[in-house]
Write a protein that binds this ligand. Structure first.
Ligand code: ATP
Length: 241
């Protein structure tokens, strides 16, 4: 369970997240979307205590992330797969995370297996493709078998087989009763995998609804999204002359 209450982040005079309140429920996949600069990453970073809020609260299982004793057992997160230590093998990377959270070899092997990395577990991360790094980030998120998952752009860099795999994984995790929050710009992907949507723009909540209710009255989910965010888009491409 994720609860965000009146969460606000200001950088100088700019407000990245503006009095945001929502909760993310167990047993479903919740898509988190919004235009570039909407405040999605900042919200996720505050939830994971990577950024300090200016005001408000972000709670995982009723507590701020900082108060979780073994956080990987409660919330698994994929934030930035690029930030990996290239000299480490996939196994060592997970081992290092596991050790800090009281987790053993069985947890590492299970996470590597789920992420499809068993055969490359002892290769150095510097030789990994973007998709393999992404899989390693997801393995790290799954390491502690957490009830809550927060995945920022998990599809990024994955090939079609990987995209298919993550779709099944997310559905399966929600089916087990976990809370799954997924940010993505790929509306077509969210249409396939999400039960609910949280849409933000300019740091504010624009919609919090089921995919079905959000799309009602529109031909596609994409159309519904464009209608919802029309007033919140800062950057828009022009046509070809
Ligand atoms: N460290 C920072 N210092 C100053 N401004 C920041 C900082 N981090 C984010 N911002 C600003 O906060 C706003 C929200 O950014 P954020 O990255 O959270 O948006 P986003 O919805 O994740 O965007 P995108 O879809 O492009 O990744 C943007 O205007 C951004 O420039």
């Amino acid at each position: 369970m994720i609860e965000v209450h009146r969460l606000t982040k200001r950088y100088g005079t700019a407000t990245a997240v503006d009095d945001l309140t929502f909760s993310v429920r167990p047993g479903s996949v919740t898509g988190f979307l919004g235009p570039n600069g909407a405040g999605k990453s900042t919200t996720i970073r505050m939830l994971l205590a990577l950024t300090t809020p200016t005001a408000g609260r972000a709670l995982v299982n009723g507590r701020p992330y900082r108060d979780l004793r073994e956080p990987l057992r409660e919330v698994g997160a994929l934030v930035d797969a690029a930030g990996l230590h290239g000299g480490r093998t996939a196994y060592r990377h997970l081992h290092w995370l596991a050790a800090a959270n009281g987790l053993g070899r069985r947890a590492i092997d299970a996470a590597l297996g789920t992420a499809g990395l068993t055969t490359v577990a002892h290769r150095r991360v510097r030789g990994f493709s973007l998709g393999m790094r992404q899989r390693l980030g997801i393995a790290a998120a799954l390491l502690g078998d957490p009830a809550t998952l927060v995945l920022d752009e998990p599809v990024n860099g994955l090939d079609p087989e990987g995209v298919h795999w993550i779709r099944g994984l997310l559905r399966g995790l929600a089916g087990e009763g976990r809370t799954v929050l997924v940010s993505s710009h790929l509306i077509s992907e969210l249409a396939l995998v999400a039960d609910r949507l949280l849409v933000i723009g300019g740091g504010r909540l624009l919609a919090d609804d089921t995919v079905e209710a959000f799309s009602r009255g529109h031909a596609t989910l994409e159309d519904a999204y464009f209608a919802c965010t029309a007033g919140a888009v800062t950057y828009r491409g022009g046509g070809v002359r």
